[in-house]
Design a protein around this ligand. Structure first.
Ligand code: HEC
Ligand code: HEC
Length: 689
């Protein structure tokens, strides 16, 4: 089995090296065979050098211009769109123009004659025309719900579909008239969007949760929204379970639209990392068959309860190719993905490991069929394992002939160019900009994204659980084994391979942005007197290395110091509408502030809606799959940005704010006397915080 996998890998590599000549032992159809739509457009256009890839209809932070003379980069930390001249070989910093776009540009999408840019705060789709001299000239702006992030375009080139991450909405925009056509509500944190080649259906992936959203009737005034089940990493899921997912930043379609690929993190999936067994889960690319809206790989129902012990066995039964241990770590924190037509592979940017990972798109589990891995970071800092260049790859654009991948590296602000066809991995990197936060903040930023530093974590970075300083919507398990207290995603990930009877106590990931200004204390139980202490505790919880000696004090404190600067200055608050409260919200505010509910007694508006004190609110049994707490007292959490950070409480037992108020039963402030409208008003007010 292993030999045949190696052969397949070599086959694909050799094939890549000699262009796109078809071969029988590896899938490599010519571009025209893969996509009839494309050959039609090729016929109309003058013949190009090599098989031309169709211009992507999905946005990305990095996109190539229609006539191949520039890359456009949405650089949200510098609030500019960079127009970077092509060709670029990475030997020297490229020639670039900066187009200021206040409000944090997120994605760029290039059409025949327009360049569309999503802007997060306030939510907008900006429409530009390319210009040889100025780079870009603005032609229009369309207001869409806040935190506009992902964008895709319908095959007719006329309608753009835009996701609004914080507002939980998806909108359609008519590009010619610069008018919004509709907005529909979807579940939490919609990010990537793709439109099927038939133009009828769009799919949206989410930063939190495992479902994808299907929107049908894009041309109608009232499209229908349905949630589609797409269990993450089914081949690596403990039998009988469905895992939670996070980090669904990216999606791609096969050229004929028959398969949807969703790259994300499967929390609690089984496997190994470069350093040992995985405790947090595994990166995954999950495949949906779009004709029937069903996952390509069904949930495992084999009798296989005892996880890692039987991992090889289980993969054999699932009919998957054997892989190297490293493959499980491949793509840690998948952040961006493109489909490479000429090789039928997917290129995934691994934010945590600073890698570009190429995997077979036709596999039932692409993340288990890694063809090759390109390291983007050429060197690491001496005292911390964080990339000096090529850190946190977050966007990919392919050259016209698909021989080059341009990769934007967000934590070091580099542009990497990767030669995909060379037998030996060739990566050149050039800096585009310096970090706006100065030296300490820059160190903090790089630490925050990097999963390779052995002091901070065993292979999952801060941004893996607190993406963008928000949260993964997950409730982690925390348990003590001997002298170690650690987090794990599911009980099957616990180091106790044989028994699996240690479930751990529940710890819901808190939002960080807007919550880390105070001196302290920190943690759900106010267990850490300040941020440094909480980070020290965190490093231990997610370092996981029983075999590694305790890091030196200065190693911990220096990292905590840099991370504190970044957490306070570098994380960006989600957009809030700048407007007066509505009558309903005013009413909710009065309830919040006044007796008898008196929420403000503990959630003090003067100090970010928390008094940071600890209260015994009355015992509630733990959720299924968790153990009970030793003591039942918790710190008042800050309510900044609480509107979109569910599930709620230390154990995640309230999935929505409505449920939280409804089920409060006078535990936390008196709420039983509130009418239905009062409760709705209180929730409406909470959403404005
Ligand atoms: C495996 C997921 C995970 C990773 C990785 C992770 N965190 Fe957390 N973080 C959590 C959870 C869960 C909590 C709540 C723990 C508690 O309070 O007991 C938390 C709590 C915190 C808190 C306390 C917040 C408060 O309001 O009290 C801070 C600060 C924090 N994390 C920062 C970080 C930083 C910085 C990193 C990277 C070094 C990091 N976290 C990595 C899951 C994670
Ligand atoms: C006695 C102090 C106290 C009062 C009064 C109080 N809270 Fe809380 N609140 C807490 C504590 C402590 C928690 C955390 C409990 C837990 O995690 O189990 C909490 C949690 C919450 C959360 C969940 C936040 C998150 O991120 O998970 C919300 C929302 C909330 N409170 C809203 C309210 C509202 C609305 C009121 C008024 C009706 C109120 N609270 C009154 C102490 C208080």
């Amino acid at each position: 089995m292993r030999a045949s996998f190696l052969l397949a890998t070599l086959g694909a590599a050799a094939l890549a090296a000699c262009g796109n000549k078809a071969s029988t032992d590896a899938p490599a159809p010519t571009v025209s065979a893969a996509s009839p739509a494309m050959s039609a457009s090729n016929a109309a256009a003058p013949p190009k050098k090599v098989a031309t890839r169709p211009p992507p209809r999905e946005g990305s932070a990095l996109a190539r211009s229609a006539n191949d003379d520039a890359l456009y980069l949405a650089d949200e930390d510098h609030d500019v769109v960079r127009v970077i001249a092509l060709p670029f070989d990475g030997a020297a910093p490229p020639t670039q123009k900066e187009i200021p776009t206040a409000g944090h540009p997120a994605q760029v999408l290039v059409t025949q004659d327009r360049v569309l840019v999503t802007v997060r705060d306030p939510g907008e789709l900006r429409i530009f025309a390319p210009d040889a001299e100025k780079g870009l000239i603005e032609k229009g702006r369309v207001a869409v719900p806040g935190d506009a992030w992902g964008v895709a375009i319908a095959p007719d080139g006329k309608t753009a579909i835009v996701t609004s991450a914080w507002a939980n909405q998806v909108s359609a925009v008519d590009i010619a008239s610069a008018k919004k056509l509709w907005s529909v509500p979807v579940s939490r944190e919609p990010r990537a969007v793709v439109v099927r080649p038939d133009g009828l259906v769009a799919y949206v992936t989410h930063l939190t949760g495992s479902r994808v959203t299907r929107i049908e009737g894009l041309n109608s005034a009232t499209p229908t929204v349905t949630a589609v089940e797409l269990p993450p990493a089914p081949a690596r899921t403990p039998s009988g379970k469905t895992l939670d997912a996070a980090l669904g930043y990216s999606a791609a379609l096969s050229p004929d639209g028959s398969r949807l690929f969703a790259a994300r993190h499967a929390i609690g999936a089984l496997g190994r990392t470069l350093w040992g067994e995985t405790w947090y889960g595994a990166p995954t690319v999950d495949v949906l068959v779009t004709k029937i809206d069903k996952p390509l790989l069904e949930k495992r129902t084999l009798g296989m309860p005892k996880a890692r012990r039987t991992e090889m066995d289980m993969r054999g039964k699932a009919g998957l190719l054997p892989t190297t241990g490293a493959d499980f770590g491949a793509g840690t924190q998948p952040r961006a993905m493109v489909y490479r037509v000429s090789t039928r592979t997917l290129l995934v940017a691994s934010e945590g490991l600073n890698q570009l990972v190429e995997m077979e798109a036709d596999s039932t589990a692409p993340a288990l069929s890694v063809v090759r891995t390109h390291d983007l970071a050429a060197s690491y800092e001496k005292f911390m394992h964080i990339a000096v260049t090529g850190g946190a790859p977050s966007a990919i654009a392919l050259s016209d002939d698909e021989s080059l991948a341009y990769v934007f590296c967000r934590s070091t602000y580099d542009l990497a160019v990767v030669k995909l066809n060379e037998a030996k991995s060739q990566v050149a990197v050039a800096r585009l900009a310096e970090d706006t936060l100065g030296k300490d903040g820059s160190m903090g930023r790089r630490l925050f994204y990097d999963a390779t530093d052995p002091v901070m974590s065993g292979a999952l970075a801060c941004n893996g659980c607190h993406p963008e300083g928000r949260d993964d919507g997950h409730v982690w398990h925390e348990a003590t084994f001997g002298d170690r207290t650690v987090f794990f995603g599911e009980p099957e990930n616990s180091p106790d391979t044989l028994e699996h009877d240690i479930k751990g106590i529940p710890r819901q990931t808190p939002m960080l942005v807007g919550h880390v200004k105070a001196q302290g204390p920190y943690g759900w139980k106010a267990q850490a007197k300040d941020l440094t202490e909480r980070l020290r505790e965190g490093f231990r919880l997610h370092r996981w290395s029983g075999d590694m000696s305790q890091p030196a004090e200065n190693e911990i404190v220096s990292r905590a110091t840099f991370l504190t600067v970044f957490a306070r200055k570098g994380l960006v608050l989600p957009p809030r509408e700048d407007r007066a409260l509505t009558a309903e919200e005013q009413r909710g505010k009065a309830i919040f502030m006044g007796e008898p509910a008196h929420c403000s007694k503990c959630h003090d508006p003067q100090t970010d809606f928390t008094d940071r004190a600890v209260y015994p609110l009355g015992h509630v049994p733990p959720p299924t799959g968790f153990e009970d707490e030793k003591t039942y007292e918790f710190k008042t959490p800050s309510l900044i940005a609480v509107g979109n950070s569910g599930p709620y409480f230390h154990d995640g037992r309230a999935s929505t704010l409505e449920f939280l108020i409804e089920s409060n039963n006078d535990r936390m402030g008196k709420t039983n006397q509130l009418s239905k409208d009062d409760k709705a008003a209180l929730v409406a007010y909470l959403r404005t915080l």
